[in-house]
Write a protein that binds this ligand. Structure first.
Ligand code: SF4
Length: 442
């Protein structure tokens, strides 16, 4: 039988596993049973020794790499991480989950891109694990988990407000009685049997409650509990000393997450050309200035709008399509002069801007969806919800902000490095650094 902690590491069973794991120094010791279990997982790729976690700390790091690959790598290979879907991993995985919560709590803010990546990945993992469990066992484990996550023997629909407002679940899909969601068979019979006298009650239960809704509720509630748990650890870390191995894991995650995401971005370079020929070319994020990198990593509520709408939108569009704007004699230029069918703008420029908007805390479009229109407008396509050639010219394609303006309006983003010397705006930084990187790679 599948263990509850395999799906919910915050269950009573999961907490017991942690209680029994007394010596945290073991986290960096080779763990033979983990290795054995990984290499004997069906369909697990073992030809590359690097992908086999040898210690629990390595397993924790691999869980994060899995999360990044799942989200960003279009050529994701499930055979690299098949062991994460092997139910025998429940103990090691529960420990890895808990040390990740601690490492993330001390290293990152609760609304950071890194924390969100981790919490969302837990939900994705739950859904994948449940989908692999044979249907009869799945029903049993789902009911067991639901019993475990109930508070005062019930689940209030209000705990799912966020899921409902995100439209992933509709109130119409839920049976609600006195504010509580009816999920278990017994509760259903007790409350609704009288209404279905002439219909097969089992079938009505399947139709009206349904496994999909239960699975979604489980994954969302566990996500929520995970966030609350990380918040609690963060508060406690002010008074309780965190183990050095976990602190070190947090520091390593900082670099791993940035580097891995960069590896999978779709904006990597080609090259040629005084800072190259300054032609429209694929973006190279490795050449972005600190202020642009800080914007992409997410800005907190203070400077969010200006950072995304004014700074990033103009920078990314010119860097990708017309990097020589400040050296050009042309006074008016339109996006379609370079990107005639707007495919680059739609497939490369807007996704990068929207992703950065999503990395803000809170995510920019959650509370200010109208900023999407302002982004389109700064690209020269008027105040519309989509870019469309017929609207081009209604507004002007906004040119990149100067360093002077950034320092004045968004000082928190300007953290100059040695390449900022003598630079007047992030676009010049980009052209110069890209030229250097191109040269080094040849
Ligand atoms: S000096 Fe200019 S390019 Fe460098 S971080 Fe500051 S604003 Fe950005």
């Amino acid at each position: 039988m599948v263990k509850v902690s395999y799906i919910n590491p915050l269950s009573a069973e999961g907490l017991q596993i942690i209680k029994e794991y007394k010596d945290l120094n073991q986290l960096i010791q080779p763990d033979d049973s983990l290795i054995d279990m990984v290499i004997h997982t069906n369909n697990q790729k073992i030809s590359d020794d690097e992908i086999i976690p040898k210690t629990i700390k390595q397993l924790a790091i691999n869980k994060i790499k899995w999360a990044i690959e799942k989200k960003y790598n279009k050529n994701f290979q499930s055979s690299k991480y098949e062991y994460l879907l092997n139910e025998e991993i429940f103990k090691e995985d529960t420990i890895a989950f808990h040390i990740l919560c601690q490492a993330i709590a001390i290293q990152f803010n609760i609304t950071s891109r890194e924390t969100r990546l981790f919490i969302e990945s837990q939900s994705r993992l739950i859904e994948e694990r449940l989908s692999k469990i044979p249907s009869l066992t799945r029903k049993e484990i789902i009911d067991e988990i639901l019993r475990d996550i109930k508070i005062d023997n019930s689940i209030k629909w209000t705990t799912l407000k966020d899921v409902i407002s995100s439209k992933k679940l509709s109130l119409d899909q839920l049976l609600i009685k006195n504010g509580n969601i009816i999920l278990e068979y017994d509760e259903f019979i007790e409350n609704y049997n009288k209404y279905f006298k002439d219909k097969p009650i089992d079938k009505m239960y399947e139709i009206l409650v349904g496994d999909k809704v239960k699975e979604l509720i489980i994954s969302r509630i566990i996500m929520q509990k995970c966030e609350e748990y990380i918040k609690r650890i963060k508060e406690m870390s002010l008074t309780i000393e965190i183990h050095p191995i976990i602190k070190q894991l947090g520091e390593e995650l900082k670099d791993i997450i940035s580097d891995e995401i960069l590896n999978y971005n779709n904006y990597y370079t080609g090259s040629e050309g005084i800072y190259g020929s300054l032609k429209a070319e694929k973006l190279n994020q490795k050449a972005f200035s600190p202020c642009i990198r800080n914007t992409i990593n997410g800005v907190s509520s203070g400077g969010r709008n200006d950072a995304i709408v004014l700074l990033l939108t103009s920078f990314v569009s010119y860097a990708r399509l017309y990097p020589k704007i400040f050296a050009s004699e042309k006074t008016t230029v339109k996006i379609s002069d370079i990107d005639d069918d707007l495919s680059i703008t739609k497939n490369e420029i807007l996704p990068l801007i929207f992703e950065a908007a999503d990395n803000c805390s809170p995510p920019l479009f959650d509370d200010q969806p109208q900023e999407k229109l302002n982004i389109i407008s700064k690209l020269g396509f008027g105040l519309h919800d989509k870019i469309d050639l017929k609207n081009e010219g209604e507004t002007k394609w906004y040119t990149p902000m100067s360093c002077e303006k950034i320092k004045m309006h968004l000082p928190q983003l300007c953290k100059p490095d040695s390449n900022c010397k003598g630079i007047n705006n992030p676009l010049s930084y980009y052209n110069r650094k890209k030229y250097q990187l191109d040269k080094e790679s040849h």
